[in-house]
Structures are given as structure tokens and as C-alpha cells.
Design a protein around this ligand. Structure first.
Ligand code: CDP
Length: 214
């Protein structure tokens, strides 16, 4: 089965998705790392982003490998984040990476994280979570990770949010059947515990109707 966790940057997706996968003994898929790896290849080699995305061999795991080269740290640089968000607007880039993602998700149990997992990549996912947090909380978390000033991060984040939400191809939005969770004032373990419980319900085929806002 596939558990989809979508949401904006800094909502805690990676931490929550990784911990949920570990708790359930599912495999974790970081789709953002694919956009980042394609963006790095484009920054380094130029040409057309869609060609870079289609040709690149990406291996995800403890380390991220691009054509066998370890790019785990390189893809987290701020200029790569920005380039990832920019090339992610292109239909050809998305088509190439979505195909790679679907191939992986075809077999086995996964927690897949991204922007469009529940809406485009795996619309039949057994459980869809849309994880959010306040912009300030998200910027502070990301600043801690990067050792950067949170106000600067907040500015970059607002730009990337806007790009991700307003793009024509697979804009960032919650699927109609996604359960929205706000992680602003919640501990990671608490959110993970809730998702694990929801997965167990989904497995029993008794998924509760998502609660409305508030
Ligand atoms: O970690 P963070 O949330 O900052 O970003 P990420 O998940 O690594 O994704 C980097 C960029 O790739 C995002 O800003 C999106 O523009 C793009 N992306 C996407 O378009 N679709 C996905 N499924 C995942 C990432």
C-alpha cells in the first residue's frame, strides 16, 4: 500500500514521513530529492531540464546517488532548492520523474512524500495526508536545519510556496480525500502516532471520514 504525505516546505514532511515508514516497516520515498537531483544536474550541465530529468539515474536510500555519484549534501544547497522549484513547473520534468516514482510505488509498501503524491503520482493511495504548519514555524525549522537566519529562510520559502502553489502543472494542493494535519504546535512523535493509527484503520478498511476544518 501507499501512504501519501504532501505539503509545503518545512511542514515536517521528511521527518514525519521517514519516522512513519520506520514505524510501519514501509519504504520511504522522497520525491523532492528527485526534483533536487534533476535540478543539480541541470545547474551543472545545462541543456534542457526535461532531458536532464529523463536521463538521470537516481538511487534513493540513506544516501542519494545521481549516476552513481553521492549528491546527498549537494542537493540541499539553497540554490538547488530554488532550481528544483523552478524546473518542477515543467511538464516534461514532471512526466519523467512521476514515471520513475510510479515504477517504484508499483510494488510493496511505501510512505511517499512530496507535493503531488496524493493528487497525481498515486491518486489511489490508501491514505493521503496533507501536512501543514504556519509559515513562521516552517521557516524556523528549516533555518535550524540549515544554520541560517529564519527571516531569510521565510522570504525564500514564501517565493517557493508561491511557485509551487500557482504553477499550472500539478500545483501544490491537498487531494479532495486527504486528511489535513497541522504540525505547528505538535511533536513529531504525536503526528507520526496519528498517521500510524490512520494507516492501521485504512488497512482494516475502516478509514474514518476526514474531519472538516477547525
Ligand atoms: O524539503 P522541501 O520541502 O523544502 O523540498 P523538497 O520536498 O525537497 O522539494 C523541492 C522542490 O521540488 C519543491 O519546492 C517543489 O517545487 C518540487 N517538488 C515537486 O514539485 N513535486 C514533488 N512531488 C516534490 C517536490
Amino acid at each position: 500500500m501507499v501512504v501519501a504525505i504532501d505539503g509545503p516546505a518545512g511542514a515536517g514532511k521528511s521527518t514525519v514521513a521517514r519516522a512513519t515508514a520506520r514505524a510501519l516497516d514501509f519504504t520511504y520515498l522522497d520525491s523532492g530529492a528527485m526534483y533536487r537531483t534533476a535540478a543539480l544536474a541541470y545547474l551543472e550541465r545545462g541543456g534542457r531540464p526535461a532531458e536532464r530529468a529523463a536521463e538521470i539515474e537516481i538511487e534513493l536510500g540513506e544516501r542519494v546517488l545521481a549516476n552513481g555519484r553521492d549528491v546527498t549534501e549537494a542537493i540541499r544547497r539553497p540554490e538547488v532548492s530554488e532550481a528544483a522549484s523552478q524546473i518542477a513547473v515543467e511538464k516534461g520534468v514532471r512526466a519523467a520523474l512521476v514515471a520513475k516514482q510510479r515504477e517504484l510505488l508499483d510494488r510493496g509498501d511505501w510512505v511517499a512524500e512530496g507535493r503531488d503524491i496524493g493528487t497525481v503520482v498515486a491518486p489511489d493511495a490508501a491514505l493521503k495526508i496533507f501536512l501543514t504548519a504556519s509559515p513562521e514555524a516552517r521557516a524556523r525549522r528549516r533555518a535550524l536545519e540549515l544554520g541560517a537566519d529564519w527571516r531569510t529562510v521565510l522570504r525564500d520559502q514564501a517565493l517557493r510556496d508561491e511557485q509551487d502553489r500557482s504553477r499550472e502543472q500539478s500545483p501544490l494542493r491537498a487531494a479532495a480525500d486527504a486528511i489535513e494535519l497541522d504540525s505547528t504546535d505538535r511533536a513529531v512523535e504525536d503526528v507520526v502516532g496519528q498517521i500510524v493509527a490512520l494507516v492501521r484503520d485504512a488497512r482494516r478498511g475502516s478509514l474514518p471520514t476526514p474531519a472538516g476544518p477547525g
